[in-house]
Design a protein around this ligand. Structure first.
Ligand code: PLP
Length: 361
């Protein structure tokens, strides 16, 4: 059986170092907002090329805190891709803002820069870009639109640790980058964790306060804050894994190269473009008989996933929020997309077995 993602296998190379840092953190007697969090924040900020990094409890919280910081008026609009994971849209809603969906470019699966301007209204305040599957959005035209209309940019980087566009990394283009370290992500913790990146010292201080009850100094509350802290254990594990993130990315890129070289033309492969360095958090292909293909692979002992089966605008939770007839490209993607195994826990031989099986379909 070829697993889609075996987290034990992914983390096994780090068990020894994890065990040592666990002992060390346990013995320190300091479990929330201490040196391990500070160290990880500097290391990850440095890695991304962001001036500031603030550890928080999850990727969803990273986005909510970013939107809370802007202090927009209730009902102000944020442009969000229609083809995304539900968390991006939830963040906008939880911040009291109105998400306005924009269709993707069907070749990249990311928001189509050409469709953004027609969605801008006098209430539009920000664009939430999502670098889906480990490929960055086309940031040059998006940044230009934001500049022209005076819009803030938040980047959902949950699937794009280390991905870059024209030599610049995810999380450094917008006012904020929002990262998730959910265990399956390329930089995954052993539990929930997230981070916000920014170039602004003032914004960094505000996010630091917002994650901790709005406190700038102990028992001094400047904001209506949250409890969304990164804990010392997760920060300690993440600092270890960060040292290997480039190796993890390279491994996944090597597995992706096998798919690109071996798969026959029946499958729609991810788009490769000059200037984009993709990290393949997910390797998604498209096929008109997706469900049948998935079943066939399962029978051959190959597990796959669908990211995602139901588009956000059709989720029960979003009843009455979005029209159902406006996002055909997003629906086309949701109906045909299939995520192939590309885990750090898999070998090149595993992937050759997948390509051989796929080519026999
Ligand atoms: C995983 C993910 C999130 C949410 O991250 P959590 O840490 O689970 O809150 C948000 N957006 C995208 C695109 C994701 O893949």
């Amino acid at each position: 059986m070829i697993a889609y993602e075996d987290l034990r296998k992914v983390n096994e190379p780090f068990f020894q170092e994890y065990t040592e840092t666990f002992q060390n953190t346990l013995q320190s007697g300091w479990y929330i907002l201490g040196n391990k969090v500070n160290d990880f924040e500097s290391a990850f900020g440095n890695y991304c090329g962001a001036d500031h990094c603030i550890g928080v409890a999850s990727g969803l919280d990273a986005m909510i805190l970013a939107f809370k910081y802007f202090d927009f008026d209730k009902g102000d609009e944020v442009i969000v891709p229609s083809n995304t994971y539900i968390a991006s849209i939830l963040a906008v809603l939880h911040a009291g803002l109105t998400p306005v969906l924009v269709e993707p470019d069907i070749r990249t699966y990311n928001i189509d820069p050409l469709k953004i301007e027609e969605a801008i209204s006098p209430k539009t305040k920000a664009i939430l870009v999502v670098h889906l599957y480990g490929k960055m959005c086309d940031m040059a035209p998006i940044s230009e639109i934001a500049r022209r209309h005076n819009l803030r940019i938040v980047e959902d980087c949950a699937q794009a640790h280390g991905a870059s566009y024209q030599g610049k990394q995810a999380g450094t283009f917008g006012d904020f980058g929002a990262f998730s370290f959910y265990p399956t992500k390329n930089l995954g913790a052993l539990g929930d964790a997230g981070a916000v990146t920014t170039h602004s010292a003032e914004a960094a201080n505000a996010i630091r306060a917002l994650r901790n009850y709005g406190t700038s100094q102990k028992y001094m509350n400047d904001y209506i804050g949250y409890n969304s802290r990164l804990d010392e254990f997760q920060a300690a594990f993440l600092s270890i894994k960060l040292k290997y993130l480039d190796a993890i990315t390279t491994h996944k890129q090597r597995l992706a190269a096998i798919y690109f070289n071996e798969l026959k033309a029946d499958f729609t492969l991810p788009l490769l473009q000059p200037g984009f360095d993709d990290v393949f958090h997910i390797f998604a292909i498209r096929h008109p008989n997706r469900d049948n293909l998935r079943e066939y692979l399962l029978q051959q002992g190959i597990k796959t996933e669908v990211h995602y089966p139901i588009p956000p605008h059709k989720q029960k939770a979003m009843d009455g929020i979005f029209r159902h007839d406006r996002y055909p490209l997003s629906e086309e993607i949701h109906n045909t997309i299939l995520s192939l195994p590309i885990s750090y826990g898999l070998t090149e031989e595993d992937i050759y077995r997948v390509t051989e099986t796929l080519n026999n379909y």
